[in-house]
Design a binder for this molecule. Structure first.
Ligand SMILES: [Zn+2]
Length: 91
Protein backbone atom coordinates (compact mmCIF):
# COMPACT_ATOMS: atom_id res chain seq x y z
CA UNK A 1 0.00 0.00 0.00
CA UNK A 2 2.69 2.50 1.03
CA UNK A 3 4.73 1.63 -2.05
CA UNK A 4 1.73 2.31 -4.30
CA UNK A 5 1.07 5.65 -2.61
CA UNK A 6 4.72 6.65 -3.02
CA UNK A 7 4.53 5.67 -6.69
CA UNK A 8 1.40 7.80 -7.11
CA UNK A 9 3.21 10.76 -5.49
CA UNK A 10 6.12 10.32 -7.93
CA UNK A 11 3.74 10.17 -10.90
CA UNK A 12 1.82 13.27 -9.83
CA UNK A 13 5.06 15.15 -9.12
CA UNK A 14 6.21 14.33 -12.66
CA UNK A 15 3.06 16.00 -14.01
CA UNK A 16 3.70 18.96 -11.70
CA UNK A 17 7.22 19.28 -13.08
CA UNK A 18 6.11 19.60 -16.72
CA UNK A 19 7.11 22.80 -18.45
CA UNK A 20 4.47 25.52 -18.16
CA UNK A 21 3.81 25.41 -21.92
CA UNK A 22 2.61 21.79 -21.49
CA UNK A 23 0.29 22.35 -18.55
CA UNK A 24 -1.93 24.97 -16.90
CA UNK A 25 -1.89 26.83 -13.57
CA UNK A 26 -4.98 24.84 -12.50
CA UNK A 27 -3.26 21.51 -13.19
CA UNK A 28 -0.11 22.65 -11.37
CA UNK A 29 -2.24 23.61 -8.36
CA UNK A 30 -4.11 20.29 -8.51
CA UNK A 31 -0.88 18.27 -8.58
CA UNK A 32 0.42 20.25 -5.58
CA UNK A 33 -2.75 19.53 -3.55
CA UNK A 34 -2.68 15.85 -4.54
CA UNK A 35 0.94 15.47 -3.42
CA UNK A 36 0.10 17.15 -0.08
CA UNK A 37 -2.84 14.80 0.53
CA UNK A 38 -0.97 11.63 -0.44
CA UNK A 39 2.04 12.64 1.68
CA UNK A 40 -0.30 13.09 4.67
CA UNK A 41 -1.75 9.60 4.06
CA UNK A 42 1.80 8.20 4.14
CA UNK A 43 2.94 10.01 7.28
CA UNK A 44 -0.11 10.35 9.56
CA UNK A 45 -0.70 7.79 12.32
CA UNK A 46 -3.55 6.94 14.71
CA UNK A 47 -2.18 5.77 18.07
CA UNK A 48 -4.07 2.79 19.54
CA UNK A 49 -3.60 2.27 23.29
CA UNK A 50 -4.42 -1.08 24.84
CA UNK A 51 -6.41 -0.08 27.94
CA UNK A 52 -7.55 -3.49 29.08
CA UNK A 53 -6.66 -6.99 27.99
CA UNK A 54 -8.47 -7.01 24.65
CA UNK A 55 -9.74 -3.46 24.42
CA UNK A 56 -8.05 -0.70 22.42
CA UNK A 57 -8.65 3.03 22.66
CA UNK A 58 -7.98 4.93 19.45
CA UNK A 59 -6.44 8.38 19.16
CA UNK A 60 -9.37 9.44 16.96
CA UNK A 61 -11.84 8.85 19.80
CA UNK A 62 -13.22 5.34 19.36
CA UNK A 63 -12.60 2.00 20.98
CA UNK A 64 -12.20 -1.45 19.54
CA UNK A 65 -12.54 -4.86 21.15
CA UNK A 66 -10.35 -7.62 19.78
CA UNK A 67 -11.44 -11.12 20.78
CA UNK A 68 -8.25 -12.96 19.87
CA UNK A 69 -4.59 -12.06 19.24
CA UNK A 70 -2.85 -8.76 18.60
CA UNK A 71 -3.62 -6.13 15.99
CA UNK A 72 -0.89 -7.45 13.72
CA UNK A 73 -2.04 -11.07 14.30
CA UNK A 74 -5.37 -9.91 12.87
CA UNK A 75 -3.80 -8.10 9.91
CA UNK A 76 -4.89 -4.66 11.14
CA UNK A 77 -2.56 -1.97 9.80
CA UNK A 78 -5.02 0.91 9.31
CA UNK A 79 -7.53 2.43 11.73
CA UNK A 80 -11.04 1.33 10.78
CA UNK A 81 -12.45 4.64 12.09
CA UNK A 82 -10.19 7.35 10.60
CA UNK A 83 -8.18 5.41 7.98
CA UNK A 84 -4.74 6.44 9.26
CA UNK A 85 -1.99 3.87 9.80
CA UNK A 86 -2.16 2.34 13.31
CA UNK A 87 0.66 2.91 15.77
CA UNK A 88 0.36 0.42 18.63
CA UNK A 89 1.07 1.59 22.16
CA UNK A 90 0.80 -1.17 24.75
CA UNK A 91 0.58 -0.24 28.42
ZN1 LIG B 1 -8.17 6.39 14.05
Amino acid sequence: MEEQIQQAINNVQAIGNLHECMTSPALTRLTSITVDVLSAVLSERCVWKQDERDSWETECGSSFYLTDGTLSDNGMSYCCFCGKRIEEKEE
